[in-house]
Structures are given as structure tokens and as C-alpha cells.
Design a binder for this molecule. Structure first.
Ligand code: FE2
Length: 410
């Protein structure tokens, strides 16, 4: 199959590409073979598929059930969720995840890293998500993080639940240092989680310092263990919102360790601008980590949605465009090149976070997975909220949309 006249990743010149048996075969100025199907992309933007690098699929689409989060804080969200957890069952999770996976598919997302709550003696959500990972694999690759929502040391039998989740088939080990009862528990939980990952050859993704407390310093422990256990870029620190409030002298020291450790960062701008700063009067902190400064040091950062219509975030439609749009504003990455290249937060940077570069990207001999946007470059796509016209995965069309058509009657 030959696709013609595409602007690939903001290129200035159009390019054609050929796919055969679900694989990219050729890029360049190509002529159709006899009898070959030809699709004219008509000067549209082609990008690698979008990647959701941080979400909680097990909690999605549950906002207000049974109660709404009235304070808008992370901690009330955790209380609301512990009430919803009582009526959680397999069918309920499967129905909601199937719905949200299709919302994502319509927006060109083909890879999802989900955090699954394992502070549940039955590990039912983990078991269900492992089944869903298999059931949905033809249209989305799901990566599962064993996420101890209520702590590892601060929840009964927390360590064993983490070990059990890894043995069941979790892809990555999580932690939540800022929620542990004490600073000592926080450090011990991270030592435990990263050792568990190192011993079992797993990835790591920590909910790290998701709090406005400048004294929350789980990040330095994550980075130090990543370095010492030689896990390096297999490790991701998600949120790191306390870094927003750290003093600059401390950040200067910390940056050296972060660079040495090679860890990834995930920022969730929609959810953290909503959840953080809730105990501030004015000025109110933005609650987003230092994305611009991390990038300037050559550290990898991706953006995630985090929550879709659940106790922590009452909105969300599975469109990562909104995440990038707000993310650029709140981190003040609004230069021309910043905006043009910002698709990397939900494509190539996220691929590094998920460690999927071996089968991801617009390159010969890689799976023919890509999205086509109704724009010539990402600046316009972002600004005009252009729909994903096509989403192809392994050479198969998964989703399509028609361009927005509005008429002004004057
Ligand atoms: Fe999260």
C-alpha cells in the first residue's frame, strides 16, 4: 500500500511511504507498483501514534460515583476512590476500560501505560487489567504499573501485594512516597520498589512527590537507586510536583543526580493544575514540575492525562491534544519551536518513557503504525484542535474521522 504526499513530523517537503505486511518498507518519492493501492494524504501531517504515558484505567469514568470530590484535592480523591472500590468488580472494570480505550483510539492513541491500584487484598483490578492487556492488544498496547495507591509500608501487607502483582505479570513497579505515613517509610518504600524491579527485570514508575510540600524529597531517592541498581532510563518519576516548590539551590544540586541517573519524567498538567495549590491562598502555585528546566538539561519528559472522569479529575475525553495544549501554557514553553515540536511529549519522548523504541517510530522495518492529522504541521494541528483523520496500526486502519466543517453565514 502506498501513501502519498505526507508531511512527516513537520517536514517542509512532502514524502511518500510504502507499507507491506504491516511494516514500513520505504520512504521517499515513490511511484506506485502495478495494482498497488494508493492513498493520497493530500499534504496532511503524519506522526507516530500517540502514547498515553500515565493514566489510571481502573478508575476512569467513575466521577461522582458514589460521591464527588468536593475539595478537589488528591487526598479527598483517594477517600472517594476507597468508597468506590467497595463495589468494584471485573465486569465493571472491563466495561469502563473498553469504553475509554475506544475514546483513546478515536484520538490516535495506540500505547497506554496504566497504573493499577494494588492496595486491595484480592488484587482484582490487577488480574482484570492483565486480562484486558491481552484482550485489547490488537488495537492498543497496554503497559501495567503495580501502583500502591494507599502506600507500601502504610498499607497492611503492602510489600507482599507488590510482590504478588509483579509475579502476576505487572510490567512495572510503582510507589507513592508522599502518601506513606513517615519520611522513613517513604525512603524504605522506594528502596523496596526499585530493588523489586531490579531483581525481576521490571520497569519502574513512581508517583513521586505529588504534593505541594517542598520537603517531599522522594525524587532524590528514586534517582539514587536508579543509578546504583543500574536501572537508569527504565525508571520514571511521575508528577514530581513538589519540585515546583523546591528552593533553587537544592534543585541545582539535585539536577546533577537526575542527569547521572538518566531517569524519565512524566508531567500531568491537566490534573496537577487542578489538584495542586489547593491549600494555597494567593499567590497559588501552578503545581507542575519544572519541565522547561529538565528539558534544558537533556532529561526526557513526556506528558500524560493521568485521570479521565474519575475522583481526581472530573473531565477528560481521551484526547492528549488538550494535555499538550495546557502543558505548554503552564510550563511557559510557548516559543515557535516549542509549540511545533510539542508532539514529542506524547510520541517520541513517551516512547522512551515506555521503553518501546524497538517497535515504535516512522522508520523502515518498524511496524506501520501512524496517525494522520488534519493539518500540515503540529503547530496548526494543536492550535486548531485538528482531528485525527486516520489511525493505522500494523498497517491496519483502526479509526477515522472527517475534517471539521464549519460555515460562517456572512
Ligand atoms: Fe497518577
Amino acid at each position: 500500500m502506498l501513501f502519498r504526499n505526507a508531511y512527516i513530523e513537520n517536514a517542509k517537503e512532502v514524502c511518500d511511504f510504502r507499507i507491506e505486511e504491516g511494516i514500513f518498507k520505504e520512504f521517499g518519492s515513490l511511484t506506485p507498483k502495478e495494482g498497488e493501492e494508493v492513498i493520497d494524504l493530500n499534504h496532511k501531517l503524519v506522526l507516530p501514534p500517540f502514547i498515553e504515558s500515565h493514566v489510571h484505567l481502573d478508575t476512569c469514568l467513575t466521577a461522582g460515583d458514589p460521591v464527588w470530590n468536593m475539595s478537589g484535592t488528591l487526598f479527598e480523591g483517594i477517600e472517594c476512590w476507597s468508597k468506590r472500590k467497595e463495589k468494584l468488580n471485573k465486569e465493571d472494570i472491563k466495561e469502563r476500560v473498553n469504553r475509554v480505550a475506544r475514546m483513546y483510539a478515536a484520538n490516535g492513541i495506540q500505547f497506554i501505560r496504566t497504573h493499577v491500584d494494588v492496595t486491595d487484598p484480592t488484587l482484582m483490578a490487577m488480574e482484570t487489567m492483565i486480562e484486558l492487556r491481552e484482550e485489547l492488544k490488537d488495537f492498543v498496547e497496554i503497559q501495567i504499573v503495580a501502583f500502591p495507591q494507599e502506600g507500601i509500608l502504610s498499607y497492611p501487607n503492602g510489600k507482599q501485594l507488590m510482590i504478588d502483582a509483579v509475579n502476576m505479570g505487572a510490567d512495572a513497579v510503582g510507589a507513592i512516597p508522599h502518601y506513606e505515613f513517615t519520611r522513613e517509610y517513604s525512603v524504605e518504600s522506594l528502596n523496596f520498589a526499585l530493588k523489586l524491579a531490579a531483581d525481576n527485570n521490571k520497569l519502574v514508575d513512581v508517583h513521586c512527590d505529588e504534593i505541594d510540600d517542598e520537603a517531599s524529597r522522594g525524587l532524590e531517592t528514586v534517582a539514587a537507586r536508579a543509578l546504583e541498581y543500574e536501572l537508569f532510563d527504565k525508571v520514571t518519576a511521575s508528577h514530581t510536583t513538589a519540585m515546583h516548590s523546591y528552593n533553587n539551590a537544592y534543585v541545582l544540586r539535585l539536577m546533577r543526580l537526575l542527569k547521572m541517573s538518566k531517569i524519565n519524567f512524566v508531567s500531568n498538567p491537566l490534573v496537577n493544575t487542578h489538584l495542586q495549590g489547593r491549600v494555597d491562598t494567593y499567590p497559588k502555585r501552578r503545581g507542575v514540575t519544572r519541565v522547561k528546566e529538565l528539558l534544558a538539561e537533556g532529561i526526557n519528559v513526556s506528558f500524560g492525562h493521568d485521570d479521565i472522569y474519575d475522583p481526581w479529575y472530573p473531565m477528560g475525553n481521551g484526547n492528549l491534544r488538550d494535555v499538550v495544549f495546557l502543558g505548554l501554557h503552564v510550563t511557559q514553553l510557548m516559543g515557535y519551536e516549542d509549540i511545533m515540536n510539542s508532539y514529542n511529549f506524547i510520541t517520541n519522548n513517551a516512547a522512551k518513557t515506555l521503553h518501546i523504541q524497538d517497535h515504535y517510530g516512522l522508520e523502515v522495518n518498524k511496524p506501520a503504525s501512524f496517525v494522520v492529522l488534519d493539518a500540515e504541521n503540529y503547530y496548526d494541528a494543536l492550535n486548531y484542535n485538528s482531528p485525527v483523520l486516520f489511525s493505522y496500526r500494523n498497517g491496519k486502519k483502526l479509526a477515522e474521522a472527517t475534517p471539521l466543517n464549519r460555515t460562517v453565514l456572512f
